[in-house]
Design a protein. Structure first.
Length: 756
């Protein structure tokens, strides 16, 4: 079917040229009487019908050749896949629109998402075709399986009528890019399922995206889905909305979290900001702005971030009260705005409880540790320490403690050991101090257990460190570690004041490099380990192979250095660090809330930031964990924007309570490196058959929505027609063989036939 109006339509009149030439030649003929020809005409009458038929066929081929040239230039379309010119095939346009926040990438006065919407407006205007039934489906990536709502298309097989372009434009005007990092795979799977049945319609799938390398550089699953669409006879058109432009500079805050340390009310501690440079060049002097509980703090500056690298910066915070505190950080505007902001919720306790277990009734070692943690006076460390006997470990729950110290014990009950192992495996921190009562056989058998237990190393025997007046090497040497951070450049001076008289040696069979879970933090001048660390489950364990009191060393009593209380406080801060409890969520992740039914009513009201989505949900009884009581659980799925979400609770006493949850964008979506058309083809073609367009040059004509283009087929038919015309013309012409004798032999049969 040709378009209704086409610049080449007039050229079809040229097919009359061969007929006109033939008629002109007929008018130029003159009758001449020639006796010799009478003889030949008698023979020609016998073959007249066949000759005329071939001449008419030659004339028809010449007319078809001219028509073929005109039609090839006009690019006609078949109304369906099989070339049935008599029927009218419906066309279904399926548009998959990438609205992940990388599509907010802007340059000049436009964005990638704006380009995509303009393509949709042009497409909507072109599909309005009165002679062909059309339908239209529009599906955004963020509406495919996110927010607990399944797949929600903006249009689903919408009938295209004269008002469709207006409806589509109105929909696009209210459409904004999302803050999700939505992947294309769920959308393509939804399209595949929708096209699984052959309805006899023509299906064209348009995928409008920025084709970021993060998703398309190794598109194995995407390629599989596209192949399935191709196998279902869908035509695939990939439309690049960033026009293959080089990636623009973009910075993203990838994390905002507290540094390891004691966090409590009235104690100064530090927040750490991590910023990634997704741009192609290094950036310098990056200001970072932050606020706490709505009050702006002093700006911090990151000196430099190399291309593709990350940098960290810290700022100090102190909150006089316990409870929830909300912190935010942001950068100056760049190519993408969504990843320039990060939020964090911190729940501060009044103090951090630390349990000190001592095997000696006088608890001499634990008292020195307690004095270091809670020096008294105006100094507030945020730690609350109390001393107990080893029996406490098996009798009381340990989950409430930020860290536990076990000093100078000769033995522990199996139940106490199991309680400590459970505590550390769940993320707790534990430090052992050895002493005169420590028994190496018990430690090795029950606590070390061939490296499977809590104690970091197997012990041998207590030994003295002999004094060498000629050797000026300090008794204690250390490497870089968090616990020495506040000693700074004076670490060696402080540690050089420590004199060690006695320590526990490590079993000679143990070699540090053969135990990757264990690390020697400090050693003696004879290279014997003094302070070692190992990981156990989600927690950390340390062992100091001398006493905490001045029994075997002078560290706690040395008036020339204040390093002992500083290091002990840092050890507790380091051990008190626990993995994130999930208080921060990514956009699109449901917020999970669990309540104690004895303390809270089941109804929860959720509210999003800035008047965003809200809902009232009744919590249901959750399946209890092993050894735990029933809890109420509720989930809020509509986390569509970053910011702070509120959960309004009601206690059983009727008192209201508000909990906040920080929701952030996925910073990986801020990587704007994109694949150009040739790069995309290298990963998809030739297996996947598709048409690639850039948004600015994309154009769909009315006739392109009505059938399959016949341009290539007409070229082949034109060539065949020209070859046939040449062969037929040659057969109708006169071709002398070359000699008179041969000519006489060729003419003889004709003359004889004429005589007959």
């Amino acid at each position: 079917m040709l378009p209704l109006v086409h610049p080449f339509t007039w050229a079809l009149s040229l097919i009359a040229i061969p007929v006109v030439i033939h008629l002109i030649n007929m008018m130029r003929h003159q009758r001449v009487e020639w006796a010799a020809m009478e003889f030949l005409l008698l023979s020609q009458k016998k073959h007249r019908t066949w000759v005329i038929l071939k001449q008419l066929l030659l004339l028809l081929l010449r007319m078809l050749a001219i028509a073929g040239v005109v039609l090839a230039l006009a690019q006609p379309l078949l109304p369906d896949r099989w070339g049935n010119f008599l029927g009218s095939q419906p066309t279904h346009h399926i548009v998959v629109l990438d609205d992940s926040f990388s599509m907010s990438d802007h340059w000049g006065d436009t964005t990638a998402f704006d380009r995509a919407k303009k393509v949709l407006e042009r497409l909507g205007a072109s599909v309005v075709h009165p002679q062909q039934p059309q339908s239209f489906t529009l599906l955004r990536l963020s509406h495919c399986g996110m927010f607990g709502e399944g797949t929600k298309p903006d249009f689903h097989k919408e009938k295209v009528d004269s008002e469709f372009a207006v409806r589509l434009t109105e929909k696009l005007q209210s459409m904004q890019v999302s803050e999700t990092a939505a992947e294309p795979l769920p959308a393509l799977e939804a399209v595949r399922q929708a096209l699984s049945e052959d309805t006899g319609e023509r299906r064209i799938v348009y995928f409008l995206s920025d084709f970021r390398a993060r998703q398309w550089d190794k598109p194995d699953e995407l390629k599989k889905r596209l192949l399935q669409l191709d196998e279902s006879h869908a035509e695939i058109r990939l439309i690049d909305c960033v026009a293959g432009d080089a990636s623009r500079p973009n910075l993203a805050i990838t994390s905002l979290e507290p540094e390891e340390g004691i966090r409590a009310a009235g104690v100064r501690w530090r927040m750490q900001i991590t910023v990634r440079n997704f741009g192609p060049t290094s950036v310098r002097n990056i200001p970072v702005y932050w606020s706490a509980d709505g009050k702006a703090g002093p700006q911090v500056v990151i000196d430099e971030i190399p291309a593709g690298d990350t940098a960290r910066q810290w700022f100090d915070v102190v909150f006089p009260t316990a409870g929830e505190h909300l912190l935010s950080a942001h950068l100056d505007a760049d190519a993408v705005l969504a990843d320039n902001v990060r939020h964090a919720r911190i729940d501060l306790p009044v103090d951090v409880p630390v349990l000190l277990v001592d095997g000696e009734p006088a608890a001499r070692d634990s008292k020195f540790v307690a004095w270091s943690l809670v020096p008294g006076g105006e100094v507030r460390t945020g730690v609350r320490a109390w001393i107990e006997t080893p029996r406490y470990l098996a009798l009381k729950p340990l989950d409430e403690f930020g860290a536990i110290s076990v000093a100078n014990v000769d033995r522990l009950d199996r139940s106490a050991i199991e309680a400590l192992e459970k505590y550390v495996s769940a993320g707790g921190g534990l430090i052992f101090f050895v002493g005169p009562q420590t028994r190496s056989d018990f430690v090795n058998r029950e606590l070390y257990r061939d490296g499977k237990g809590l104690f970091p190393v197997p012990l041998a025997n207590p030994e003295s460190l002999p004094v060498d007046t000629l050797d000026k090497t300090p008794d204690v040497q250390s490497g870089e570690h968090f616990i020495f951070r506040f000693l700074g450049n004076h670490r060696a001076d402080h540690l050089s004041k420590i004199l060690v008289k006695q320590y526990f040696t490590v079993s000679p069979d143990w070699i540090a490099k053969n135990d990757p879970s264990t690390r020697v933090i400090a050693q003696l001048r004879n290279r014997a380990p003094l302070l070692v660390e190992k990981s156990h489950g989600r927690g950390r364990v340390m062992a100091f192979l001398s006493t905490a009191s001045p029994s075997w060393n002078n560290w706690a009593s040395n008036s020339e250095t204040v390093s002992f209380p500083v290091v002990v406080q840092e050890i507790v801060a380091y051990l008190s660090h626990r993995p994130s409890t999930g208080a921060s969520y990514l956009v699109g992740e449901p917020i999970a809330v669990k309540l104690d039914p004895a303390k809270y009513q089941p109804t929860i009201h959720f509210a999003g930031p800035g008047g965003g989505p809200s809902a009232t949900i009744d919590a249901a009884v959750d399946a209890p964990a092993k050894g735990a009581s029933n809890q109420l659980a509720a989930s809020f799925a509509r986390t569509e924007k970053s910011g702070f979400y509120e959960a309004l609770l009601t206690q059983t006493t009727g008192k209201g309570e508000t909990r906040h949850y920080a929701v952030n964008v996925d910073p990986a979506e801020g990587d704007l490196k994109a694949l150009a058309g040739a790069e995309l083809a290298a990963r998809l073609a030739p297996a996947v058959k598709y048409q690639f367009d850039y948004a600015d040059s994309f154009e769909t004509k009315i006739d392109e929505t009505a059938g399959r283009n016949l341009g290539d087929l007409l070229i082949y038919l034109l060539i065949a027609a020209l070859i046939g015309e040449q062969l037929l013309a040659w057969s109708l012409g006169y071709h002398p063989i070359g000699s008179n004798k041969a000519s006489s032999r060729r003419a003889a049969p004709l003359m004889q036939g004429g005589a007959l």
